[in-house]
Ligand binder design. Sequence first.
Ligand code: F0G
Length: 404
Amino acid sequence: MFLECIECKTQYPDSEIIYRCPRCGGLLDVIYDYSNIDISAQNLKQPPSVWKYRALLPIKGEPVSLYEGGTPLYECGRLADEVGIRKLYVKHEGLNPSGSFKDRGMTVGVSKALELGMQTVACASTGNTSASLAIYAAKAGISAVVLLPTGKVAMGKVAQALMHGARVISIKGNFDDVFQLVQELCDQEGFYLLNSVNPFRLEGQKTIGFEIVDQLNWGVSDRVVVPVGNAGNISAIHKGFVEFQKFDIIDEIPKMTGIQAEGAAPIVDAFKRGVKDIVPEPNPETIATAIRIGDPVNAPKALRAIRNSGGMAEVVSDGEIIRAQKDLAKLEGIGVEPASASSIAGLRKLVEQGIIDGDECVVCVTTGHLLKDPEEIMRVCDKPIEVEADIRAIKKVLSERISK
Ligand code: F0G
């Protein structure tokens, strides 16, 4: 196993603490000697979980685990009919230990931190990364430092980081400012950086791709739709599919389809203009605070995943996100936070535009749990109706609602 720069292809040992190529500044990939890995030696009959696929993960010893992964792949017939698609599955990552897909990356990332002898782990975050870092640092018995953009992190996520014992610092700036600062802090203080620029963290997240194949009975969907923020996850899921193709487990790679929120969509913009480099958005804004990011660090990897798989990228508005969040909740019983609903909103939009064929089989990834952002729920749903403690008052309200 070694690290390889995605731009200049220089290789580095996996024991080096680097997050980008020291020669050209490019992002790094973890590469294995695939000819030496016998995936069939793994018990592929056991239920899905991150560590089921450990032959393809970069950790040698016992991992720091809280039983992450193995999330359900729900078949969503009612929502499929509503959206106008033949077959729709939702991979609900909100059912991980801290309530988001970040746990897949952090179980690997914090395990790597221990292997490298690091005492403190750190991240900048729109919320979920910090919650996840906090739970794995707690489990590992090491310190966590998290930097958050003031006023723009959903309450549930801050609450998690606090309760699990991370040092939480709120910064007067947006995520992109905070991400610059955490990189400097890690360089100067010797903290281990666990944002998605860390290639080992993304290795954990590629297991979403492995699990989709596993749960589709070792097959694939035509397309996988993913919310995009800092752009690590879509790249990681794609890497999972590419690796399973190398092992002849699948023949084809699903079309990777990235969805960003209007107002925070530099990757969609670069994709549509057919260019390699993004133009950062200086003032990103969206109700989906998890993906309120103007300068995604993994943009080159995400554009590579989208283009190599014949996929695409689209934006959705806040209104479209809220509608999708309610549809998922009410038609399928799946509760997700706004950023997660962008995958469903994007699917609907692309079907309406005729860009996604109604005959496709699609997997949408929903990345975080509904309860992460209770304040948003209270803003977009009707308030509870308060009445006197009297059965007639209750019946009156119910009859009014029914007659409505
Ligand atoms: N969905 C949710 C719920 C997220 O929290 C994030 C990212 C994404 C989607 C986008 O994933 O960055 O890999 O493209 N949240 C990060 C955080 C930035 O700090 O929690 P991505």
